[in-house]
Design a protein. Structure first.
Ligand SMILES: NC(=O)c1ccc[n+]([C@@H]2O[C@H](COP(=O)([O-])OP(=O)(O)OC[C@H]3O[C@@H](n4cnc5c(N)ncnc54)[C@H](OP(=O)(O)O)[C@@H]3O)[C@@H](O)[C@H]2O)c1
Length: 224
């Protein structure tokens, strides 16, 4: 299916690895030039070179901390300088601390909101005039953890698996199988599966989607 993304410019936050890296890759493969934003300069540079070469598109790293007030403006500035605009914004950056609601400190809560809430709001506001002119699309990657679990196999999950293996005394492979079974999943999702979904949602093929919330969790969220 041609998603009509050739020649578009996408700004992806949290693109130095995991789901954001997979989204940047999926969009580049669909013909987008990409501004890949995160904090880790080295990982971003490597990703930009690999994806850019494989997809034959321009992938430009932008180093910014999404919790900082000017983080959004800096990333949009890079997109405007390098290309004419971003047509697509993917808000994905996130590493909020998991844990018991009472055990998390106020600082943990603040940190989470600074990144996952205000970071997304700031980016969207900074990009909005350009997205409106394009007209473009915004895809927000959020989590279903407030209701149920549907983990994707990235570093976040591996850190959790390592803790789980330590607590249970299981080997990593067995811990991986056991945790998936506990959550009642046949397997964990792969970042590329989110990448493909995000590319579709950002495309002209999804123009009739508006404010849709999509669970990509292999049925972990039970619905009729
Ligand atoms: N994995 C899952 O099971 C799962 C499930 C549901 C939702 N999600 C959501 O998917 C998104 C990506 O998760 P992931 O599993 O791919 O996580 P990950 O592998 O830990 O990647 C997180 C990304 O966010 C960036 N990031 C973190 N803090 C940042 C900051 N302050 N400023 C700028 N960038 C920052 C990281 O880059 P740097 O460290 O280089 O800055 C990295 O690129 C998150 O929003 C998460 O809530 C994940």
């Amino acid at each position: 299916m041609d998603l009509g993304l050739t020649g578009k410019v996408a700004l992806v936050t949290g693109a130095s690895g995991g789901i954001g890296g997979a989204i940047a890759e999926a969009l580049a493969r669909q013909g987008c030039d990409v501004v890949a934003a995160a904090r880790s300069a080295e990982a971003l540079q490597e990703l930009a070179e690999t994806i850019g070469r494989d997809a034959n598109r321009q992938v430009v790293p932008c180093i910014a901390d999404r919790r900082e007030a000017d983080g959004g403006a800096r990333a949009v500035g890079t997109a405007e300088e390098e290309f004419r605009c971003p047509d697509i914004l993917v808000n994905n950056a996130g590493s909020t601390k998991r844990g018991d609601v009472f055990a998390l400190s106020e600082g943990d809560w603040r940190e989470g909101f600074a990144l996952k809430f205000f970071g997304y709001v700031r980016m969207t506001r900074a990009c909005w005039p350009l997205l409106k002119a394009a007209p473009g699309a915004v895809v927000n990657i959020i989590a279903i953890g407030g209701r149920t679990q549907g983990p994707i196999e990235t570093n976040r999950l591996w850190a959790r698996l390592e803790r789980y293996a330590e607590e249970t005394g299981l080997g990593l492979e067995e811990a991986r199988r056991r945790l998936a079974r506990e959550i009642r999943l046949a397997r964990f999702g792969q970042a590329a599966e989110i990448g493909d979904a995000a590319a579709f949602l950002a495309s002209t093929r999804a123009h009739y989607f508006q404010g849709a919330l999509i669970d990509i969790d292999s049925g972990a969220t039970r619905t009729m």
